[in-house]
Design a protein around this ligand. Structure first.
Ligand SMILES: Cc1ncc(C[n+]2csc(CCOP(=O)(O)OP(=O)(O)O)c2C)c(N)n1
Ligand SMILES: [Mg+2]
Length: 623
């Protein structure tokens, strides 16, 4: 290799050339890291990155309809690929860029790699202010792209062509690190993108990034094994880290060997097949009666690869044993130390294997096992009850989920994000494949569903993708139906229409506000409020107008037939089902801290506040 050899390229051309040469390797399997670049061009990138993408079609360009949506698609793709593949996303300067901020936050919170390449204001400054420039009276070096700083795990602005050289290596370090991963932003001033520079040819050689499986320290494994041997009622919480690490089989072996039952977080659902006798299902606010009962009694919690967010911990009320202790296997120290856990900073699979060896011959008591099996059976009976309600029409959302679940094949994927669906799916969906459940619940971002589902489909087109979306989320962002039609990636979208924000409506009732402002109704001249007739929204016509095959289903049978019809379709199909907002899936012994007004003129609020103050007493510190 001649270190002095250079290639004269624009900054944008160099960037694209570099991206085509990045590979990742884990467990000896190697693959290109970038699947392409999503983008919506504007004056901020059309002559820079736009030109480079045209010149190098080996990095495929995907035209999206909304910048937020394309970053969701990129995040969905990365999650479905166990973070071993990713997309870059490029936008013009100004509104195109800031449209990406929401989904960038979602990617970072969900620990997913996405490379963001927003155009930026001129580095040379002389023509400022340019169209869409945010002017700051105290600095010429501030632009709207500074909004990406808190939502990125790495951020840089490429004010000179040669800055790209070091920035790209930093970007790749973060994007391929299981512990540091999140959105990475390289803001690209529009003049610099088009500027030529003599780049070292070595920058464009194939580069393989090894994705590590850090092994646990003996000094921590030893006490971890001791703690487990000393406890009587242990519980495993399986988070997304189990799935990203492809540790499902190691977890099953560990659980079978030790007899410890498992609860799953949203990101961790699918770690074990739903019918594994030790899988108690969802845990936390949206958890099952079985997992939540065991959490209340557990004297030791072995958390694996979870953020331990408030939905998992039921706002720190889930764990009731006075002497409960935590062991946390996690690649990220940020997570491993939560709840003052014994922080086993390591890859999930590596740690489970080594911990399993140290627990050879140890097992929970038969009485405890029998107890967990009983709870599991009770829970499965409850799912059957909900799936077979035969309510309405309008049918219940729970039974609609049952119909879709029974119809989907084991390796198909259900996708969801916000509203009442994540809770219902977390509880009810019977997952039979580690990649079969994909609900975005780190950011719970309305609008993720269809866009994220597109990314999931692109990651593995052999799977049917079932996007379950509420009417509210659909209205917020359904634009990527067009993109799915454009690219020939078929989605099955099941739109559950309850005429408004069912989830927030019931939350509003629980804080004493009676559902105020959460239903999709006409303004009523008599009251001045939004309590008129239900808004007539024709979702079937709306979906059809974007090129989807659209079907209305009223009964359970209709829904089943519509799913059959969708399976025969080659293009995205949207099935619209009205569901009864009053027939909800209940909560199972859990609580979520949503503050209630301390003083109010309304009796319902005062009542809710009194209950709230009671419930707050159960929140704990784990020190
Ligand atoms: C972008 C965004 N805005 C607002 C919210 C707050 N929020 C959570 S769920 C929800 C209502 C969702 O309505 P819909 O999709 O119809 O689902 P439903 O609650 O009816 O099941 C709202 C407004 C959010 N999660 N994301
Ligand atoms: Mg709704």
């Amino acid at each position: 290799m001649n270190a002095a050899r250079t290639e004269r390229l624009t900054t944008a051309q160099a960037l694209v050339r570099f991206l085509t040469q990045q590979y990742v390797e884990r467990d000896g399997r190697e693959a290109p890291f970038f699947a392409g670049v999503w983008g919506i061009f504007g004056h901020g990138i059309v002559g820079g990155l736009g030109q480079a993408l045209q010149q190098y079609p080996e990095l495929r360009y995907y035209l999206a309809r909304n910048e937020q949506a394309m970053v969701h698609a990129a995040a969905g793709f990365a999650r479905a690929s166990n973070r071993l593949r990713a997309f870059a996303c490029t936008s013009s300067i100004g509104p195109g860029a800031t449209n990406m901020v929401t989904a960038a936050a979602g990617a970072t919170i969900n620990r997913l790699p996405v490379l963001l390449l927003p155009g930026d204001i001129f580095a040379r400054r002389n023509v400022a202010p340019v169209l869409q420039q945010l002017e700051s009276p105290f600095s010429a070096d501030v632009s709207v792209n500074d909004c990406f700083r808190p939502v990125s795990r790495y951020w840089d602005r490429i004010n000179r062509p040669e800055q790209l050289i070091t920035a790209l290596l930093e970007a790749m370090r973060v994007l391929t690190s299981p512990a540091e991963v999140g959105a990475v932003t390289l803001a690209l001033p529009q003049d610099v993108q088009a500027e030529a520079f003599d780049y070292p040819a070595a920058l464009f050689e194939k580069r393989i990034w090894h994705v590590p499986r850090p092994r646990p320290e003996t000094a921590l494994l030893q006490p971890a094994a001791e703690w487990i041997k000393q406890c009587e009622r242990p519980l495993i919480i399986a988070g997304g880290g189990v799935i990203y690490s492809e540790a499902g089989e190691a977890l099953a072996r560990f659980a079978e060997q030790t007899g410890i039952p498992v609860g799953e977080t949203q990101a961790g659902k699918g770690s074990l097949s739903y019918d594994h006798p030790q899988n108690l299902g969802a845990i936390g606010v949206t958890g099952t009666s079985a997992a939540n009962a065991i959490a209340r009694e557990a004297d030791l919690v072995l958390a694996i690869g979870t953020r331990l967010g408030d939905f998992v911990t039921a706002s720190k009320t889930a764990f009731g044993h006075p002497a409960v202790r935590f062991i946390h296997i996690n690649v990220a120290t940020l997570d491993a130390h939560k709840h003052a856990a014994l922080p086993v900073v390591a890859d999930a699979r590596a740690a489970l294997e080594e911990l399993g060896e140290r627990l050879e011959g140890w097992r929970v008591s038969d009485a405890y096992r029998a107890h967990t099996f009983r709870l599991k059976e009770e829970w499965e009976a409850e799912v059957e009850r909900i799936f077979n309600l035969n309510h309405g029409p309008p049918i219940s959302q729970g039974e609609a989920i049952g119909v879709v679940n029974a119809f989907a094949r084991p390796h198909d994927v259900v996708v969801g994000a916000a509203g009442s669906l994540p809770g219902d799916l977390h509880k009810l969906w019977r997952t039979r494949d580690p990649k079969g459940y994909h609900v975005e619940y780190g950011y719970s971002c309305m609008g993720y569903e269809i866009a994220g589902g597109l990314g999931v489909k692109m990651a593995d087109p052999d799977r049917e993708v079932y996007v379950l979306v509420g009417d509210g989320s659909y209205l917020m962002m359904s634009s990527e139906i067009v993109t799915s039609v454009q690219e020939g990636y078929k989605l099955n979208v099941i739109l559950l229409d309850n005429h408004g924000f069912g989830s927030i409506g019931s939350l509003s009732k629980s804080v004493g506000s009676g559902g105020f402002g959460t239903e999709f109704r006409f303004r009523n001249p008599a009251t001045g409020q939004l309590d008129g007739a239900v808004l007539p929204i024709d979702f079937v016509a709306n979906a059809a107008s974007m090129g989807a095959h659209a079907i209305r289903a009223v009964t359970r049978d209709d829904l089943h037939q519509a799913l059959e019809e969708a399976r025969r379709q080659e293009r995205t199909t949207v099935i619209v089902v009205e569901v009864d907002p009053e027939e909800r899936v209940p909560a199972y012994g859990s609580w979520w801290d949503v503050p209630v007004a301390e003083v109010s003129s309304m009796e319902t609020v005062r009542q809710a506040r009194a209950e709230y103050e009671q419930a707050l007493q159960r929140e704990r510190y784990f020190l």
